[in-house]
Design a protein around this ligand. Structure first.
Ligand code: SF4
Length: 332
């Protein structure tokens, strides 16, 4: 891999993303947490929204988790918002080890390990923030990097260890040639996101096509890596939407360990639960909602009924699924 060619290419072709114009570790951390499971365009919207309200880690620590979840609404994978709030509380805990500052070379010997000790931070995010905000030469490994590694080496099923080793060897090579770690990590990810894409890699535009073993492989570059088998589990649920005379639904807050934990929504039952027959007998069926998560297909029967006291859903953090469920019940 010609690391200097890739670094030069990145200098000319990097997308202009707002978090690339800052070295503030908090702003970078926020972008990395958001981008894990959110498309870039939506990520920008949520990043701005969250940073406007929480410009520092302290400002989030001082807020209620409900407010964070309210702003996170619609971004999906809500556990991320809850864990980010827990991280801010831990960093700002009076008498705690961090004293209100995120890990940095001036506060800990091993910045990557420091980040990984915080709630919700795995190896990817720790390496990303440490390298981008502090120029720590720790290689990131995400789906884009894994694909580039698999194609450069024409490996069908690279192990996590193989990918990490090669990614770190590239980082060390680049660092030794004075390519900043922030540039190197973002260059490999950018190549995977924009040129070495899953279905239509643009090999003729690729700055590291020389020496790429997948490029002229008989199976073609898209054979690498071999697609992972995804098992999607179907869950059948019943949502009970009871509405008061003002049209406001009865909502409950989901326990933090549950799916959509911390968010509000109508009561749900497992469709196989014996209580369903009794509960639904007093309600009218409003329709069905099918909602897809990464590894789950949720089939939800929506039943509408009445209650004395509802709440205004506009003041609560609600998942996209429950917004759809409430909308369907409203029309019943
Ligand atoms: S030459 Fe093609 S397959 Fe190889 S890294 Fe570049 S874009 Fe990917």
């Amino acid at each position: 891999m010609d690391v200097e060619a890739l670094a030069r290419w990145y200098g000319r072709n990097a997308r202009d993303l707002p978090w690339r114009r800052t070295t503030d570790p908090w702003a970078i951390l926020l972008s990395e947490v958001l981008l894990q499971q959110t498309q870039v365009a939506r990520g920008i919207e949520y990043w701005r929204r969250l940073l406007d309200r929480f410009p520092t880690v302290t400002s989030m620590a001082e807020a209620e988790v409900d407010e964070v979840m309210h702003l996170w609404q619609g971004a999906g994978y809500y556990a991320r918002g809850r864990r980010l709030h827990a991280l801010s509380v831990e960093v700002c805990a009076p008498g705690g080890p961090w004293g209100g500052d995120l890990p940095s070379p001036s506060t800990c010997d091993d910045v990557v390990a420091g980040f990984q000790s915080l709630p919700g931070i795995g190896p990817y995010t720790a390496a990303a923030v440490a390298s981008i905000a502090h120029e720590v030469p720790a290689a990131v490994v995400d789906g884009n990097v894994r694909r580039v590694v698999a194609r450069q080496t024409a490996t069908l099923k690279p192990t996590a260890g193989d990918v990490t080793s090669l990614a770190q060897a590239w980082m060390d090579d680049a660092h030794g040639r004075n390519v900043p770690p922030s540039v190197w990590n973002q260059a490999v990810m950018e190549l995977g996101a924009t040129v070495c894409t899953p279905r239509a890699p643009r090999c003729s535009d690729c700055p590291v096509q020389q020496g790429c073993l997948a490029r002229d492989h008989a199976s073609g570059p898209t054979a690498f890596p071999a697609p992972a088998k995804r098992r999607v589990i179907t869950e059948r649920l019943v949502a009970l939407v009871d509405v008061d005379a003002q049209g406001r639904p009865h909502l409950v807050q989901r326990p933090s360990e549950a799916r959509f934990g911390g968010l509000w929504g109508p009561r749900y039952l497992d469709a196989n639960d014996a209580a369903v027959v009794d509960e639904c007998g007093r309600r009218t069926k409003a329709g069905d909602v099918v909602h897809l998560l990464s590894h789950r297909r949720l089939e939800v029967e929506v039943w509408a009924g009445q209650t004395e006291h509802g709440v205004d859903p506009a003041n609560k953090a609600i998942s996209t699924l429950d917004e759809r469920v409430l909308h369907l019940a409203k029309g019943a």
